[in-house]
Design a protein around this ligand. Structure first.
Ligand SMILES: [Mg+2]
Length: 248
């Protein structure tokens, strides 16, 4: 699957190839398709494949050898064919703890859909995913002062050493099996013969959802480079101007 003499370029999606939850801009897309012709490219995103398809047209998606969705817990070919999936079943004890959080939170509203199970992970929210934009904002502001999400995440991390909870998005926390983050992508590519990896993401710092990749790259013997960008514009500028992206 991989030519080990060639670099593997991995890209995050939200905030890197496109604005969060937006489509890739036409001029960015045209440029990328042309650049990627003779490259080995991969996607590593927290989103599921449906969102990836909404944001990246098929002609650009075809530039990627593999799409690592749901933090690397689901691996797809560009045509959508699933080549690997990790399942996560919410343990009963955790379910009870999450129900208790909902019962005892001092936040005013509960709108339903508190638990969203994605491949390999669960997303939990006190206000619930049926919340209106206003209710979401209200929860976000309230939580900023109270730190409810941080407290819930550290409770879970203390009680369940085999799980990893982190604050994600604006109203929720993400829970995964320890190690089942984007770091999995590095091991999968290494297992497929990769020897050099270049990664571009917008949340490469500890606590960010790209950090798993950086952490694992630093633990391998592979050659690697990584870039933390602050916008899609910066990503495409980087590809255009940095030699590392034009090396054969
Ligand atoms: Mg991102």
């Amino acid at each position: 699957m991989i030519d080990s003499n060639e670099t593997c370029f991995i890209f995050d999606v939200d905030g890197t190839l496109s604005e969060p939850r937006q489509k890739v801009k036409q001029d960015h897309k045209d440029f990328f398709i042309n650049w990627a012709k003779d490259k080995q490219c991969f996607i590593a995103t927290g989103s599921d494949f449906i969102k990836v398809r909404e944001q990246i047209d098929i002609d650009m998606l075809n530039c990627f050898k593999k799409i690592y969705c749901c933090m690397g817990n689901e691996v797809r070919n560009p045509d959508g064919f699933i080549t690997r999936q990790n399942h996560f079943i919410v343990p009963d004890d955790l379910n009870l703890d999450l129900e208790n959080f909902i019962r005892h939170s001092l936040f005013e509203y509960r709108t339903g859909r508190h638990l969203e199970i994605r491949t390999g992970m669960v997303n939990f929210s006190i206000v619930g995913r049926n919340a209106t934009q206003e209710q979401r904002k209200e929860y976000y502001e309230w939580d900023k002062n109270i730190g409810e999400r941080l407290k819930m995440a550290s409770f879970i991390n203390d009680m369940y050493p085999y799980l990893e909870a982190s604050v994600g998005g604006s109203i929720s926390i993400d829970i995964i099996k320890k190690g089942c983050d984007k770091g999995q992508v590095v091991h999968h590519l290494q297992g497929s013969g990769a020897e050099k990896i270049v990664f571009v993401g917008d949340k490469c710092f500890p606590g960010g959802n790209d950090y798993g990749i950086i952490r694992e790259l630093k633990n391998t013997s592979m050659k690697f480079d990584w870039y933390n960008v602050s916008s899609p514009n910066e990503t495409y500028k980087l590809i255009k101007e940095n030699n590392i992206f034009s090396e054969e």
